[in-house]
Design a protein around this ligand. Structure first.
Ligand code: TXA
Ligand code: MG
Length: 311
């Protein structure tokens, strides 16, 4: 069913270990255009192509640097996206006209099976309206994009919960472009030091790192939770805590990313709790940073973006 729809240029939401993707045949420029339309995503923001294996990836991109090949071998299938010089087999719309294309092999049984059946690369951004929180369950996709996708492949809850880490090469340095589900130290163990290229700008020339990405509609503030609860006294407050939480008075809803302070669990819960907090009728969402190491770096990055005001 999903394979047939994709071959016919239709949109299918696919499960991955990180978040659900909104997929189309990457070789069909018209189908790819439909992704941008469904998401209301600007064309300057390029898409990741998903393939079944490293061998397949080599049909669409050049592994021009041995470090990138090493990383692909070590972490695929998995939450790592690699920027590589694009081959002409991939339409320009996929990479927004950039010479490099983002590629990954997702670690989800159903989607790997689907990729093998269709035999096509699938272009897929996260399956949420542009700028909103990414979906980690099929219900999240259905709620917001249900009318715009032709099929949602139900693969249950995502097991990582936060988008893939993005790396590439610039001036001969191995660079990190997006913090994500694969921690920096894991990458450095395999391929050496990473240079940071995390662009906080909302400049369209810096694709995909828009400041107010992953943002709920309800205003969100990060800080000391007890102090913020005092600041917003009299308002309807939703709290998203981490680890042991103090007793809080006058709070409408209290969520916890991980009661045992486990960063993996926190990453897994982050987007679904942001959605629940957004939907619970609160005037404000109050939250705190998690420890700024390992997966905590990616979690704090998403929290900062969720806090940034929508323009
Ligand atoms: O985990 C993930 O990566 C998920 C799942 C579905 O695979 N996908 C995802 O896609 O997060 P999306 O489109 O929401 O984010 C892709 C990011 C964007 O920030 C985009 O700008 C960047 O990758 N990107 C894609 N192609 C690029 C390119 N050629 N050069 C620079 N950045 C690129
Ligand atoms: Mg996204």
């Amino acid at each position: 069913m999903a394979a047939k729809l994709l071959k016919n240029g239709r949109l299918v939401a696919i499960p991955t270990e990180t978040v659900y993707g909104l997929a189309a045949n990457a070789l069909d420029a018209k189908a790819v255009l439909a992704i941008y339309e469904a998401k209301q995503r600007p064309f300057f923001d390029p898409l990741i192509i998903h393939v079944a294996s490293l061998e397949k990836a080599e049909e669409y991109a050049h592994f021009h640097d041995p470090r990138l090949l090493k990383l692909a071998k070590a972490f695929w299938p998995g939450p790592l996206t690699i920027l590589l010089p694009k081959k002409d087999t991939v339409p320009d719309i996929v990479s927004s006209g950039l010479p490099q294309v983002a590629v990954r092999v997702p670690d989800h049984e159903l989607t790997l099976e689907l990729l093998q059946t269709v035999g096509l690369p699938l272009a897929a951004p996260s399956a949420n309206p542009f700028g909103y929180v990414s979906p980690t369950e099929p219900q999240h996709v259905d709620k917001q994009l249900g009318s715009k996708v032709d099929y949602i492949l139900d693969g249950g809850k995502c097991t990582v919960g936060i988008e893939s880490t993005i790396v590439g090469i610039e001036d001969d340095s191995l660079c990190l472009y997006r913090l994500g589900g694969l921690a920096i130290e894991e990458i450095e163990k395999v391929a050496g030091k990473l240079a940071m290229r995390l662009n906080q700008s909302s400049d369209p020339k810096a694709p995909g790192q828009l400041k107010n990405h992953y943002a709920p509609l309800t205003p969100l503030e990060i800080g000391d939770i007890e102090q913020l609860v005092k600041k917003y006294q009299g308002k309807r407050i939703a709290v998203i805590g981490f680890g042991q939480m103090p007793q809080l008075e006058g709070v409408q809803q209290c969520f916890n990313l991980s009661q045992t302070s486990d960063l993996k669990e926190a990453a897994l819960n982050l987007f679904s709790l942001l959605r629940e907090a957004d939907d619970c009728g609160a005037d404000v969402i109050i939250t705190q940073f998690v420890p700024n190491a390992s997966l905590g770096l990616a979690i704090n990055d998403r929290l900062k973006r969720a806090e940034a005001k929508r323009q």
